[in-house]
Design a protein around this ligand. Structure first.
Ligand SMILES: O=C(O)CCC(=O)C(=O)O
Ligand SMILES: [Fe+2]
Length: 237
């Protein structure tokens, strides 16, 4: 088993699922090694790995740049995407049931990708993001078609306080008929943050209700911040 798979296997998945149910996110420290983070950052400049580059200012998505990987994905990303998925599929299915949504996701990631392909969502969605001083990412949801998985993950590739300051990860929860709640997280280099893509169930007095979630990144005050975002569904374009 590769060291990365071994680190994923050993993570506290019960604790992570509990945190996802309660808070809509889970932070798992130390999943990527320092060397793996450095390799991914070095890959930012390698042409041929990407299908699309997005300059965020152009779309008013924020300030910074990101690149979508193309298939076949680098081994490390492919491995992490399919290995983590199997720990999260039960959470997604519990959420669909709680909200009485008539849908279940498959237990294995390859089967989710088949559902995507059947819906013409064939483009890879993992992406690498780079922000420099003044960079930020406005609150959004990463949906790319009708077929979606309600959780996604991001690996921080830079060290807060050393490589950059500011640039906190922000999650908001919009409760019906109330104002939004924000959660601010500052994962370390190599940490894995799993979070809600679009909505999660919240327990109320008569069963569950839906809270809408969005995520973004606060302004980078100094330095350079890289992150690897892994979305489990694929995109139409
Ligand atoms: O830069 C980040 O930490 C988050 C990027 C993002 O929006 C994502 O991974 O979907
Ligand atoms: Fe995102």
């Amino acid at each position: 088993m590769s060291p990365l798979l071994e680190r994923i296997r050993r993570a506290d998945w019960d604790g992570a699922r509990e945190s996802l149910h309660r808070h809509g996110y889970a932070l798992i420290p130390g999943i990527l090694s320092d060397g793996e983070c450095e390799t991914l950052k070095a890959a930012y400049a390698v042409t041929g790995l990407y299908r699309k580059t997005v300059v965020m200012e152009r779309y008013r998505f924020g300030a910074g740049e990101y690149k979508y990987f193309t298939y076949p994905l680098p081994d490390l990303i492919q491995t992490a995407r399919s290995a983590v998925y199997q720990h999260l599929a039960p959470v997604a299915n519990t959420w669909f049931e709680a909200l009485k949504i008539n849908r279940q996701v498959p237990a294995v990631h390859a089967d989710l990708l088949r559902e995507c392909r059947d819906n013409r969502q064939e483009k890879a969605t993992p992406l690498i993001l780079r922000y420099t001083k003044g960079g930020f990412n406005t609150l959004h949801q990463d949906l790319y078609g009708e077929v979606y998985f309600p959780l996604q993950m991001v690996f921080l590739l830079s060290q807060t306080g050393e490589d950059f300051t500011g640039g906190e990860f922000v999650l908001t929860q919009q409760v019906p008929r109330a104002q939004s709640k924000a959660t601010v997280l500052q994962p370390g280099k190599g940490d894995l943050l799993i979070f809600t893509t679009n909505f999660k169930p919240e327990k109320g007095s008569n069963g569950y209700y839906r809270v809408t979630m969005k995520h973004g990144v606060s302004e980078v005050r100094s330095g350079e911040r890289y992150a690897l975002g892994v979305i489990f569904h694929d995109a139409e374009s």
